[in-house]
Design a protein around this ligand. Structure first.
Ligand code: AMP
Ligand code: MG
Length: 489
């Protein structure tokens, strides 16, 4: 079974609550993520067995696990909430993988904790399957993310808008440290805790930044870089996180919390899916600005550690924060260049990309299909027909493509090499919302997990053409669009 090596549980008691998962009646494993299990040094067969189901559902605490619920606070839609914490997730402990990396193994939906407030501590099957599909798709797309090790059903019902089957997600993360973890202690003026947390976070996630003489400033710098890169990655694949609260902003730079998230079909920076995001605060195109706002909240928690003199601390932190837009722009431009098949860097590349994005938005062109089809066009202009089919007005593409082709001609790379590089930057498959919903419906209503497994298998190889599964690549038809998503509670 899993071999634990816990460090967070060695931190002071006020960082968490020791709490065991609540027993469930009939644990059954729906899916084990084989490659991830192997990376964690545990046999997928063992996890999929009856004994494995007991562990994955929280009925059996494996040796070395020290179940805890972590304390954290957070800004939710701009408002500070001084105490949130793991209300339904229980950390079993940390495992060092075959790659030498330390990862948290957490059971989400494992029962009530001292942080549950009014909640039941449980998760419904639908949101658990959704997190499995989308987080694993993100990993396969190459965007930093928490992972999904397994899904188990509990045999119990959870009461939401209706009585729904209950499930537990075994989530794996570089850590579950959040901006909100720092906010929890900053709000309590607990300097000692902030020092310990900073040391833990820096050693765990950015060991290369140890020893500068200013741990807090070094951590701030690294987290800002990581978040700028992360959001650029999201924009590259068309991901809308949907609930970029500071309690969902991971210090590791991984995507965390797959509640109301969804991927764009038609490109439009104003796209938002979450039913509770009324103002579009977390809309697709707003994500860089929000990440920077979240980093400002992070910086505030560290001011007392950055310098004894408050003005000096503010000056140093502000200087780091103002780097965010340039860091994001640079990362985003790298992503866009790769999507467009550009090898060299030229000053007009950003404008070329923006001109295209404006056209995609204006003509509501499917983002993923467009870029995937563009890969073939880069080699052979006769493939343009496929791209043009996505536009109601062909000139909208043609006039842009002329500039793009002139630009490609200046790049020293063979057409075939360019096309295959582009196919690694432009996925054929993303977790299309209507397909995710379809897979969830079949599982929740009919107990049919076939569509879920098929979608998970296909999304594990998003950059491969899989002609047998072309229907999973296609955008939704007019009746299939899903425009609203709900928090995974
Ligand atoms: P989220 O919207 O998933 O980021 O959750 C926000 C907060 O609500 C976190 O503290 C969660 O642990 C808590 N929470 C969400 N759902 C539940 C639930 N069913 N039971 C207890 N706490 C929950
Ligand atoms: Mg959350």
């Amino acid at each position: 079974m899993l071999s634990f090596d816990n460090t967070y549980a060695r931190l002071p008691e006020r960082f968490y609550a020791r709490v065991a998962p609540t027993l469930v009646s009939d644990p059954r494993v729906v899916r084990v993520n084989r490659p991830l299990a192997e990376m964690l040094g545990v046999s997928p067969e063992a996890l999929g067995s009856t004994a494995g189901a007991s562990v994955l559902a929280g009925n059996d605490i494996p040796p070395g696990a020290e179940p805890i619920a972590l304390a954290y606070a957070g800004h939710q839609f701009g408002e500070f909430v001084p105490q949130l914490g793991d209300g339904r997730a229980i950390l079993l402990g940390e495992v060092i993988g075959t790659d030498g990396r330390r990862r948290d193994v957490q059971l989400k939906g494992a029962g009530r904790t001292p942080f549950s407030r009014g909640g039941d501590g449980r998760a419904a099957l639908g949101p658990v399957l959704r997190e499995y599909l989308v987080s694993e798709a993100m990993a396969a797309l190459g965007v930093p993310t928490t992972r999904a090790l397994a899904v188990a059903t509990t045999g119990e019902r959870v009461l939401r808008e209706a009585a729904l089957p209950g499930a537990i997600l075994a989530r794996v993360a570089a850590s579950h440290l959040r901006v909100g973890t720092f906010e929890f202690f900053a709000a309590r003026h607990d300097r000692e805790a902030l020092l310990a947390l900073t040391a833990h976070a820096l050693a765990r996630h950015y060991p290369g930044a140890l020893g500068t003489g200013n741990d807090a400033l070094a951590l701030l710098e690294r987290v800002i870089e990581a978040q700028a890169g992360l959001v650029a990655g999201w924009l590259g694949v068309g991901f809308v996180h949907g609930v970029m609260n500071t309690d969902n902003t991971a210090i590791s730079g991984e995507t965390l919390d797959y509640g109301p998230c969804a991927f764009l079909d038609a490109y439009d920076p104003k796209t938002k899916f979450s039913s509770i995001d009324h103002g579009g605060r977390y809309a697709f195109g707003n994500q860089p600005r929000i990440a920077q706002w979240n980093m400002a909240r992070f910086a505030e928690t560290l001011l007392g550690l950055i310098a004894d003199d408050e003005d000096e601390a503010v000056r140093l932190a502000t200087e780091r924060l103002t780097r965010f837009p340039a860091l994001f722009e640079a990362a985003h431009l790298r992503v866009l260049r790769a999507k467009l098949g550009l090898v060299r860097e030229e000053p007009d590349d950003r404008a070329l990309a923006q001109d295209l994005l404006d056209r995609l938005a204006q003509h509501q062109v499917d983002y993923t299909s467009f870029f995937r089809r563009l890969c073939a066009s880069a080699v052979d202009p006769s493939a343009d027909a496929e791209v043009l089919a996505l536009f109601a007005e062909p000139d909208a593409f043609r006039t842009w493509a002329e500039t793009w082709r002139r630009r490609l001609a200046r790049d020293p790379i063979a057409a075939d090499a360019r096309a295959s590089a582009m196919r690694r930057a432009n996925p054929a498959f993303i977790p299309r919302n209507h397909r995710v919903e379809e897979a969830i419906e079949a599982a929740v209503r009919l107990g049919d997990f076939g569509p879920f497994h098929r979608l998970a298998d296909v999304l594990a190889r998003p950059y491969d053409d899989q002609p047998d599964h072309a229907n999973l690549a296609a955008p939704p038809g007019p009746e299939q669009g899903v425009y609203r998503t709900f928090c995974g509670t």
